[in-house]
Design a protein around this ligand. Structure first.
Ligand code: PHE
Length: 450
């Protein structure tokens, strides 16, 4: 199949912004601050950076090299280097993860929409009033899905790149404005101290697991999103520096998000360890009580919505690229088809917050909700698993010599020591570390050590 008609990035900046947009999402602004607050503050930040440097960056390079080499979606790319072997299922896992993550991620993304209006118009009422209202929840979910479709419909340059260029620069502007406001509230420094107190005693096996999982989710790794985005790159692009910019931007936004949230939480005497609830339950209360909270609060949810949208775009693009490349489908048809399937898959997640007693508390899983189940399987397990398989595939099957040669196109200096270090990380460190962490996650390690 020719690469004509698939699309390519119009500029290097366009690619960096689109990939950073995929990376920076709810995982950074919603999840990172609260897991940092709960898991040792600055100690967790350091652990996270270590995971990104040792595992995240090598896997990102693996995905980008594979994508650019093949100029195809994950399934096609893997088929191109391994023929019709079982390895292609790693690609299918990625395509399936794209649909499944999109199906529940968009539920939360829809809330950001709801909260923009809720905050701007000063509508009170608890969080459960929004999420428990099935019709409203479903409408917000559909609205966010339609927005995502609207962008992906436009193609690589006319949709994804164009909107990333418009939306991504707004993100740090809003974030910095909120931080400046938040830091000037009385008692703000307490919050900064809580966020960053380096508590190394909080680092346990569980914390390492959280940090590694976050390194995958937050950088959109392990499911071929970066293979797909890499496939729209031209051969003379420097993937090394572009990839590092994407990761650096993500770490910066993650880190800054805590400075927007915790000072305000402390200034208003709220509970910083509120966990996942922090953003949707505690923050709206804070905004409602705070001088100027209406404007700052609305800006905050616009920020979350933008971050989520540039991520849902990439989740949708993976299965769409698969259908275009492998099934010869037209982009518009593929986009509607995937969106339709995702909406069906999303229904149980929409109903997971009180809408249906069954999906809210699955009887056979000790009361876990369908939404949490999806996040566990696809958000927590499938991404590291996919990442490990991508590392083994490129490190041992495709071979580091070919992979390094691909990386060196556009960055000849990668041929020497950097390539050797990368090869070592991809072949040994990534698979081994992920394997051990997954054993731990499934409780097998604990049983073995008893
Ligand atoms: N990186 C996104 C976030 O942090 C989520 C995501 C995961 C997007 C996997 C694409 C692929 O919110």
């Amino acid at each position: 199949m020719t690469t004509e008609g698939r699309g390519t990035w119009g500029s290097r900046l366009g690619f960096v912004l689109a990939a950073a947009g995929s990376a920076v999402g709810l995982g950074h602004i919603w999840r990172f601050p609260y897991i940092t607050g709960e898991n040792g503050g600055a100690a967790f930040v350091l652990l996270y950076i270590l995971c990104v440097a040792l595992i995240g960056v090598p896997i990102l390079f693996v995905e980008l090299a594979l994508g650019r080499h093949a100029q195809l979606n994950p399934v096609g790319a893997i088929r191109k280097i391994t023929g019709n072997s079982a390895w292609k299922y790693v690609g299918y896992l990625g395509v399936a993860a794209g649909v499944c993550i999109l199906s529940y991620y968009t539920v939360v993304a829809g809330w950001t929409f709801g909260y923009i209006f809720k905050t701007a118009f000063g509508w009170g009422g608890p969080h459960g009033q929004l999420t428990g209202n099935v019709l409203l929840n479903a409408l917000l979910f559909l609205a966010f899905m339609l927005l995502t479709v609207g962008v992906v419909y436009g193609g690589v340059q006319g949709g994804i790149e164009k909107w990333s260029k418009i939306l991504m620069p707004i993100l740090p502007l809003i974030l910095v404005a909120i931080i400046l406001y938040s830091l000037t509230l009385p008692g703000a420094m307490e919050g900064v101290r809580f966020y960053l107190r380096p508590d190394f005693s909080a680092i346990t096996g569980q914390t390492v697991l959280m940090a590694l999982g976050q390194a995958f989710f937050a950088n959109s790794l392990g499911m071929g999103a970066m293979v797909t985005y890499g496939s729209y790159l031209s051969k003379n692009e420097n993937i090394v520096t572009s990839g590092l910019s994407v990761v650096g931007f993500g770490i910066l936004i993650s880190f800054l998000a805590g400075f927007a949230i915790f000072p305000a939480v402390f200034a208003m005497g709220q509970d910083p360890a509120a966990g996942p609830q922090l953003v949707f339950v505690i923050l709206p209360e804070i905004f409602a009580a705070m001088p100027g909270g209406l404007v700052v609060g609305t800006a905050f949810f616009v920020l979350l919505a933008i971050a989520a949208l540039t991520s849902t775009i990439s989740l949708l693009e993976v299965p769409v690229a698969f259908l275009i490349d492998e099934k010869g489908m037209r982009r518009k048809v593929a986009t509607w088809l995937v969106a339709g399937v995702t909406v069906l898959f999303g229904i149980p997640s929409v109903l997971s917050f009180g809408g249906s007693a069954f999906f809210t508390s699955l009887p056979f899983l000790g009361g876990m909700s369908f939404f949490d189940l999806m996040d566990f399987i696809f958000g927590a397990v499938a991404l590291p698993l996919g990442g490990m398989l991508f590392a083994i595939l490129v490190g041992w099957r495709w071979g580091m010599a070919r992979a390094v040669a691909e990386m060196a196109q556009g960055n000849p200096a990668f041929m020497g020591l950097p390539g050797a270090v990368w090869g070592f990380l991809v072949r040994y460190v990534c698979p081994a570390v992920i394997f051990v962490v997954m054993l731990h996650q499934t409780g097998i390690l604990r049983k073995l050590m008893e």
